[in-house]
Design a binder for this molecule. Structure first.
Ligand SMILES: *Cc1c(COP(=O)(O)O)cnc(C)c1O
Length: 405
């Protein structure tokens, strides 16, 4: 491969981009460099690298060759100037927020951000006298109003967990910039295959690489991409605070990413077919999937996404009882908190992402007790639909349909 990564199409980038100069002695795969220290015989050279005047590595908490290849690949997929990685998605999110915010600042975000992110907003940032305003996720006017009051950071996520709400990234980024805010977008659910927030106007894009980027549920990681000046500040925070991505995890994430486009295309295709099937089933109450024409913000999703992704949720008639009966009957789904893997995973937000909320808090957030979050894998869709059908049939047999509201 001797082409320029910027000129490759996405499906080629995931395979080749960022790797070339790191392939050693004819190796076709990026090596896992486990070394903590990087040695120099020439003290002038050592000093230049340490001062950032020359490329190279000094110490594993700061930078590492394997980790750098992972950063390059995601950077090129998001069309960013720079990228820096973290040990987890949450480390990337909290590292970014703590880099950008200081006491007296204000941040505006949405109520449906990822559970851990929500905790940073409600539990940790207020400790540092940072004012947090969380808006209704689907209420663009409210988000605009609150942003226009002035804020340092506008933090968005789309689609959101668990009811797959869509936030209009282009419209709200523009409003964020009116007041000089840094606009940050968590792009984990969409992946760079389906959405590029930087081209929609965002300043920074974050991923939990643990999910779709890695895709195999065997490595944790996070990454932030954006302009060189912003990413340098965030890198400095991480280098000192220490939530560094490990070389082995970077390698696993890189290996997973080779098939990112194939996986996400398949997952998006499967998810739309399953969502359409669910709409027709008498046991299903509501289906939340941005690819459905019935989704409240389907038009916005169509405008900003190339495809609608592998995440969906649906609620069952018969309440949590029906959920409890149904989930253990699924043969082709791990009942687990993870998502974005090659295997389908399913679970109720009531016991996963929103387990710490009371039923009334969940109700206030628009999360029904009878909701199932379903992360569609790369299996053959006919098998997944057959699996859902047999589990629904079991529930119907157990419950009297007449008792459903
Ligand atoms: C999982 C997830 C995170 C957190 O990532 P970790 O790697 O688990 O720390 C952040 N945002 C979204 C949307 C997620 O799904």
């Amino acid at each position: 491969m001797r082409g320029k990564a910027e000129q490759m199409n996405t499906g080629t980038k995931v395979v080749w981009a960022g790797e070339e100069e790191y392939l050693l002695q004819g190796a076709t795969q990026v090596p896992v460099v486990h070394s903590v220290g990087f040695g120099y015989h020439d003290l002038d050279e050592w000093l230049d690298v340490a001062l950032g005047k020359r490329e190279g590595h000094i110490y594993g908490r700061n930078t590492n060759p394997t980790v750098h290849v992972f950063e390059e690949k995601v950077r090129l997929l998001e069309g960013a100037e720079a990228a820096t990685s973290f040990a987890t998605g949450m480390a990337a999110i909290s590292g970014t927020l703590f880099t950008l915010l200081k006491p007296g600042d204000r941040v505006v975000s949405v109520k449906d951000s990822y559970g851990g992110t929500n905790k940073v907003f409600t539990e940790f940032l207020p400790r540092f006298e940072i004012e947090v305003t969380l808006c209704d996720t689907g209420d663009y006017e409210q988000i605009e109003r609150e942003t226009r009051k002035g804020c340092k950071v506008l933090y968005l996520e789309s689609p959101t967990n668990p009811t797959l709400k869509i936030v209009d990234l282009e419209r709200l980024s523009a409003v964020g910039h009116e007041v000089g805010a840094t606009v940050v977008v968590d792009n984990t659910f969409a992946t760079p295959i389906n959405q590029n927030p930087l081209t929609l106007g965002a300043d920074l894009v974050i991923h939990s690489a643990t999910k779709f980027l890695g895709g195999h549920a065997d490595a944790l990681g996070g990454i932030v991409c954006g302009s060189k000046s912003l990413v340098e500040q965030i890198y400095h925070y991480r280098e000192i605070n220490g939530a560094t991505l490990s070389p082995m995890d970077a390698y696993l994430l890189l290996r997973g990413m080779k098939t990112l486009q194939l996986r996400v295309e398949r997952q998006s295709e499967n998810a739309l077919k399953i969502a359409k099937f669910l709409l027709t089933h008498p046991l299903v109450d509501k289906v939340f999937y941005p690819g459905l024409k019935t989704h409240v913000h389907h038009d916005v999703a169509k405008k900003q996404m190339r495809n609608f992704g592998g995440m969906m949720s649906f609620s069952l008639k018969g309440g949590f009882e029906a959920v409890k009966l149904m989930l253990p009957r699924l043969h082709l789904a791990h009942l687990a908190a993870n998502l974005g893997a090659v295997e389908t995973t399913a679970g109720p937000p009531r016991t996963t992402s929103h387990v710490e909320c009371t039923p009334s808090e969940r109700e206030a957030m628009g999360i029904p007790e009878n909701l199932i979050r379903y992360s569609v894998g790369i299996e053959e869709v006919e098998d997944l639909i057959a699996d859902l059908k047999q589990a629904f049939a079991y529930v119907e047999q157990q419950l009297t349909l007449g008792s459903f509201k």
